[in-house]
Design a binder for this molecule. Structure first.
Ligand code: FE
Length: 173
């Protein structure tokens, strides 16, 4: 009789442990599913996190759709060889091969490295109809694209320096 009780007690402890760990996994799965459902971009952060990670200028442009003053951005009159990445998430966006001097006051490119890396949205702010360019990975505002660029695309990606981070060609993998 005594060994039977001992076995029962062991069984009860074992079952309790399974229930505790099962409920833990279940709660975690439920949270993950909820977060997945709310996600729009591959990289999403709270405003507090973005504010902590970005400098004031990049935060204003990337997260609040700000625009730097023309001619003031660090990549406006800058023509080194390399790639331009999103200052928010590091995603590669533009190559120095497609950068040109548009005279607009903002860094200009006639193409993106890959169309998958950006998303284009209609922007009707400031009483104009423009096409906004956003990072497809984090949703950060980069600038706008216009159809008065040079050949071969005739596009002008008018991008804020503050939304970009330049990587010299030697460092590109
Ligand atoms: Fe990004």
């Amino acid at each position: 009789m005594f060994p039977h009780k001992k076995e029962m007690r062991t069984l009860i402890i074992f079952c309790s442990l399974i229930l505790v760990s099962a409920s833990g996994i279940s709660a975690q799965d439920s949270t993950n599913t909820k977060n997945q459902a709310m996600k729009t971009f591959e990289i999403e952060k709270s405003e507090t996190e973005w504010q902590k990670e970005l400098n004031a200028e990049s935060y204003k442009v990337l997260r609040q759709c700000g625009t730097e003053y023309p001619g003031t951005g660090k990549y406006y009159d800058f023509y080194e060889e390399g790639s331009y990445h999103c200052a928010g998430c590091g995603s590669v966006l533009f190559s120095s091969d497609t950068k040109y001097h548009s005279g607009s006051g903002w860094p200009s490119f006639y193409d993106v490295i890959s169309g998958d890396q950006v998303i284009l949205e209609e922007d009707t702010s400031l009483g104009m109809v423009r096409t906004e360019v956003k990072c497809a990975t984090c949703g950060g505002h980069l600038g706008h694209v216009f159809s008065d660029g040079p050949k071969p695309t005739q596009l002008r990606y008018c991008i804020n320096s503050a939304s970009l981070k330049f990587m010299p060609a030697a460092k590109v993998r």
